[in-house]
Design a protein. Structure first.
Length: 317
């Protein structure tokens, strides 16, 4: 009889501990937070690589991660934001196709309680209230760093052309502004500037072909806003029989490293997307838990050239 009573008491105590333990798990947020990364276009290598990092690092931190491709279409991306609201995601990370066009959907999402993290590309300052935080590089500084490369190479001035990033993209706007502000009064003259509709190598190539047809041998250098765009620039120059162009681009991807190694590209201004993803997840977790966090989170850039390239780890993307 005593044995039966003792066994029953142990069972009751274990049941109570189990219930208490379950309650603690529920209170501590044992259920994974649902997050989504909304790249502008998964055809863009940097955004596809970032998506891979969100899945890898997010899962390791206990998040349930989804990737929703914006397909280089502002309306598709805005609808993806709306879908995240309807599905009650805890946080979304957005690399917008159009920094102005995405604002209404982000504003609605934030009002609905979704944490909004801008990834790699921020909103205009007057719409900062439509997001919770930004993680990325200082793209103005990327433009300034590229400008310094031209100033160092051409102390007496030079004629160059500029091929921008995706029209309307925050990174492209800031790289353009930073570059042109930095070359003021230096003798570096931009003969022409044009931005493509997407971060497209073929569009960059077509723009460069048009500029070669228009300016020919006057062109001494090219500032292209991204390394894969520089690939198109290099192909256009080679097809036209033009050599020794001083070409500077931004990103620090594998193509940029290969082109610098080969001597086809002079510099690549490198950004680390894995570090940006990790920081984004850390900040989002604080925001979800209503802990203090930094609204602006800048990741340092590196200026990579043929002299120092071997001191950097070769990029995965």
């Amino acid at each position: 009889m005593k044995k039966i009573l003792f066994t029953g008491l142990v069972t009751v105590i274990m049941a109570a501990l189990f219930v208490t333990g379950c309650q603690k798990k529920a209170d501590s947020g044992d259920k994974p937070y649902r997050i989504a990364y909304l790249p502008g276009d998964m055809a863009n290598e940097s955004q596809a690589y970032s998506a891979k990092q969100f899945q890898k690092l997010g899962s390791a931190m206990g998040f349930e991660v989804q990737i929703l491709d914006g397909r280089a279409d502002a309306q598709v991306q805005a609808q993806a934001v709306n879908n995240c609201v309807a599905q009650k995601f805890d946080a979304i990370f957005v690399n917008p196709n159009d920094i102005n066009g995405i604002v209404p959907s982000l504003t609605a999402a934030k009002k609905a309680g979704v944490i909004i993290g801008m990834f790699s590309s921020d909103l205009p300052a007057n719409f900062a209230d439509s997001r919770d935080f930004f993680v990325g590089v200082n793209d103005n500084m990327a433009g300034e760093t590229a400008a310094q490369s031209f100033i160092n190479q051409f102390p007496n001035g030079a004629n160059i052309v500029e091929i921008g990033g995706q029209a309307g993209h925050d990174a492209a706007i800031k790289r353009h502004d930073g570059f042109n502000a930095a070359i003021q009064g230096t003798g570096i003259k931009v003969l022409d500037y044009k931005a493509p509709n997407a971060w497209s190598t073929s569009e960059a190539m077509s723009i460069m072909e048009d500029m070669i047809a228009k300016y020919g041998s006057q062109i001494q250098g090219v500032f292209c806003h991204w390394d894969n765009g520089a690939t198109g620039v290099i192909e256009a120059a080679k097809a036209a029989g033009i050599s020794n162009l001083f070409i500077v681009a931004v990103d620090g991807c594998r193509a940029g490293f290969d082109q610098v190694k080969a001597g086809d590209q002079s510099n690549t201004i490198m950004q680390n997307f894995a570090t940006q993803v990790e920081r984004s997840l850390e900040v989002a977790l604080k925001a979800i838990k209503k802990e203090p966090f930094d609204v602006i989170n800048l990741v340092p850039l590196d200026d990579v050239n043929k002299t120092n390239i071997d001191s950097f780890e070769y990029p995965e993307w």
